[in-house]
Design a protein around this ligand. Structure first.
Ligand SMILES: Nc1ncnc2c1ncn2[C@@H]1O[C@H](COP(=O)(O)OP(=O)(O)OP(=O)(O)O)[C@@H](O)[C@H]1O
Length: 305
C-alpha cells in the first residue's frame, strides 16, 4: 500500500508559494528521506500531511485516509517528532511520555519508551534541565508512543551527538523492520544516507530529484570533481573549460584552486584548456562525487531541472 500520496499539492502563503504542485508517493514500510535546504517547503509539506495546514490545491492521502477529511484518523496512527520541539520545563521526562500515552489513549509502559531512547536513568529529572540532545531523544520517545504506523521525523538528528544520532538511526531501522513507514526530513544528507531507502530532494517547493540512494549514486556516477592547483586563475580563464562537452561546472577561488565537476573522460581536456588560457597548472587530484555533492548540485541550481 502507498502510505503517503500527494497529488498536485500547492500551498501558498499570500504571494509566497511554499509547496508547488508536488507529487510524491511513499510506500508502506519505506524509510523516505525528505531533503531540501532551509525554506524549501519540508515543514509545510509535513504540516499538510497532518492537516495542520490546508493545501491551496491538490489532494493528500495518508495511510489510506484523505488527510483533510480524516485528519484525526491520520494523527491517531502517526507519531511525530516536530521541528524545534519544546519541553515543558517543570515536567519530568517520564511525565512527558505519560502525557503522550494518555493523549494517544494507549497503554505503553513509559519506562520501556525511556529505555529505548536512552533516557531511563534521567526519567525522574525535570526536562527543563535536559540537554538539547536529551530533549530530542525525549521527543523521539514521545513520537514512538502507541506503535504508530507512520513516523514523521522533522530534523530528528538536530542536537544529537554521534552516539545519539546512531541510536536514532537504529530506532528508525527497527521501526521500519516492524512495517512502520518513516518520513524523515532533514537538510543534512549525510544523516539520512545511512537509513533511507528512498530520497526526495525539494527545492523552492518542487521535487527536483526522487530516487533510491543507489539510483542517486548512479545518477552522479560518471561525474567527478577535478581539483587543480594553479598559480592563479580568474573566472574568465575558465571559459574554455566550461565549453568542454562533459564539464558540468567550473569554479575558481581566485587564488590557487580550480574545481571542475566533469565526466572522468575529459580530465586531460580540462587541463589542456586551462593551459591554453595561460594558466600554470601545478598539480591536480580527483574526488568522486558524493551524494552530498549531488544534493548541493540539485539544491543550489547547478543541475538542470
Ligand atoms: N505560516 C506561514 N506563513 C507564511 N509563510 C510561511 C509559513 N510557513 C512557512 N512559510 C514559508 O514557506 C516557505 C517554506 O517553509 P518551510 O518551513 O516549509 O521550509 P523547510 O523546508 O521546512 O525549511 P527549514 O529546513 O528551514 O525548516 C518559507 O519561505 C517560509 O517562510
Amino acid at each position: 500500500m502507498t502510505a503517503i500520496e500527494l497529488s498536485g499539492v500547492t500551498k501558498r502563503f499570500g504571494e509566497l508559494t511554499a509547496v508547488d504542485d508536488l507529487d510524491l508517493a511513499v510506500e508502506e514500510g519505506d524509510v523516505f528521506g525528505f531533503l531540501g535546504p532551509n525554506g524549501a517547503g519540508k515543514s509545510t509539506t509535513i504540516n499538510v500531511l497532518l492537516d495542520f495546514v490546508r493545501p491551496t490545491s491538490g489532494s493528500v492521502r495518508v495511510l489510506g485516509h484523505d488527510a483533510q477529511r480524516d485528519g484525526v484518523a491520520v494523527r491517531e496512527r502517526t507519531g511525530v517528532l516536530p521541528e524545534g520541539f519544546d519541553v515543558y520545563d517543570r515536567l519530568t521526562g517520564r511525565q512527558h511520555v505519560e502525557f503522550a500515552v494518555e493523549s494517544k489513549e494507549v497503554d505503553d509502559d513509559p519506562d520501556a519508551i525511556l529505555e529505548r531512547v536512552g533516557l531511563i536513568g534521567d526519567g525522574d529529572r525535570k526536562a527543563g534541565g535536559y540537554s538539547k540532545g536529551m530533549r530530542q531523544r525525549l521527543a523521539l520517545g514521545m513520537a514512538l508512543v502507541g506503535d504508530p504506523d507512520l513516523l514523521i521525523l522533522d530534523e530528528p538528528s538536530s542536537g544529537l551527538d554521534p552516539t545519539g544520532a546512531k541510536e536514532m538511526r537504529e530506532i528508525v531501522r527497527e521501526e521500519a523492520a516492524d512495517g512502520t513507514t518513516v518520513f524523515f526530513s532533514s537538510h543534512v544528507l549525510g544523516q539520512v544516507e545511512a537509513v533511507c531507502d528512498r530520497v526526495g530532494i525539494l527545492r523552492d517547493g518542487r521535487l527536483v530529484a526522487e530516487d533510491s540512494i543507489d539510483g542517486l549514486r548512479e545518477a552522479v556516477g560518471g561525474d567527478e570533481t577535478l581539483i587543480v592547483t594553479v598559480d592563479a586563475a580568474t573566472a574568465e580563464d575558465l571559459e574554455g573549460v566550461r565549453a568542454i562537452d562533459g564539464v558540468a561546472s567550473a569554479e575558481t577561488d581566485g587564488e590557487g584552486t580550480v574545481r571542475v565537476s566533469c565526466d572522468s573522460g575529459v580530465k586531460t581536456d580540462v587541463i589542456g584548456a586551462l593551459e591554453a588560457a595561460g594558466v600554470t597548472v601545478r598539480d591536480f587530484t580527483t574526488q568522486e562525487a558524493s551524494l552530498e555533492d549531488l544534493f548541493i548540485a540539485y539544491t543550489e541550481g547547478e543541475v538542470a531541472e
